[in-house]
Design a protein around this ligand. Sequence first.
Ligand code: S3P
Length: 566
Amino acid sequence: MGSRQRDAHVRVQRQHEGSPIRYFERSDCGGEGAGVNNGIACSSCAQEALKVSLSSCHPETAAAAEGSYVSPEDVGANRSATPACACNGYVFLVRSLALGARRNDIFPKLRIFVHSPPVSSVPSASSVVQPFFPLYLLLMSTVIIRPGRNISGSFSLPGDKSISHRYAMLAGIAEGTSQLENFSTGADCASTLSCLRSLGVEWERNGTSVVIHGRGAKLHAPSIPLDCGNSGSTMRMLSGILAGQDFSSELIGDESLSRRPMARVITPLQEMGARISSNDGGRPPLRITGGKLRAINYKMPMASAQVKSALLFAGVFADGETRIEEPVRTRDHGELALCAVGARVICDGTQARISGGQKLRGIEAVIPGDISSAAFFLCAAALFPGSQLILTGLGLNPTRSYLLDLLVSMGVRISVTQLEEKHGELVGNVQVEGAQLRGATIRSPQTEMLIDEIPVLAAIAPYTTEGIEIRDARELRIKESDRIASLATNLRAMGARLEEYDDGLKVPGRQQLHGAEIDSFGDHRIAMAFAIAALRASDETTVNGADAAVISYPGFFEKLDELVQR
Ligand code: S3P
């Protein structure tokens, strides 16, 4: 650590004594010996810190913080000198997106707000979470991406987000201990773990290993609102479990989640006997008073795997057999996860049935790599004929892997090896060679099977020969952002022609995009999709709000930087 860094850190410590905010700006550290910027915060302070923007915090605090940063060594010092607070009973080590070594190709400009509480509220040692718990408090980060030649390398993806949520929730209401390896590093799954803690579920995390001590069917009434952060999965699926609990709870979320529709889960859970109130139009916060539930026969009006899982989870607490019928088949991780913890679920086409009163037991599982995160790298490799990419331990559940079929139909060479099944989930190694991409038309039921991959497919569509048309995708308007509008705005900023429909987009092929300043709209998949589009642009692209990627894939930009050949 250079002396300039040490001095700056000391300055931060001194000037921020008694102040709630410490502020680190990565872009000023010059890359020298940097590595990772860290701070420590507890979850409720973190929520508070997120609400505080530079403009709204005390001017003196902001001024003093400008240009300051910490290094990993500082964190060591921080941890012993000024540990953290315990508002929510535990502590997070906040790790930034900062790159190990800046290579001037892709680098984040980070501003991190960390709440530093009074020392008197230091938690007990047992409540301290292991280092690198990925709660990210990054505001206003910018990543610059230069064009590349191809994508080459071999690696495995962090654990699947959908499976991590489900295993964690079910482990919480199972009897016995669960050991989950390769747990998602995304902030969304951290929200699920945090809610479980508030519901009395004990867990320990060491990197990507999580041990969860199940409480059995009865959770503990939370003393604070359950903060789902940005995670629709947490709010919707946890609602199913809370509907069967003998207490009242409140589920809250960030600004984006607070705009998202929850009636889809409220209506059927009310039918099962839960009392649920929400803001106008079925928006969060949700206040749920659970209790004894009755089984229902429910025909879902829309395709939603989150809702399907929520109702099956509620079905565990219901009297009788709950039957769910979905309009088109969606991912079946909920059904498979229930079976993995010992429940009997009967699946027949688009119908799933579960009988109430079944006991769940803890599991040991290695979570497969997230294919929706892999999609960004698969599409990046597909774009360049010289690419050679191998992804190992990738989740290949047939309800999730349609992207591979689609890419093959567009001319990409893909081979899958070492296919195996783990707790009903298919896992394998995938090798991809890029090509001149043809085009595609994506409609229901493929749209539902590709729902999280559509942003990156639309972003690379201009570089195909025939273009890509996406229809029946109205759901994209109510994701973390209005993804159809976000895609259209950013594609146009990069010079693309396209047609926008209420339910999709038509992006003609054979278009050369130029670099531009684009916005993530606070949406992780938009940030990552345009990092990929930028690789084939004629010049440099600036992605504002790139930190959104931490929702599903912290480390995304570093990994991309490592794999892109220039
Ligand atoms: C998910 C289902 C999908 C998907 C989301 C995760 C899940 O949403 O878009 O990112 O884990 O079940 P829907 O519930 O709207 O299908």
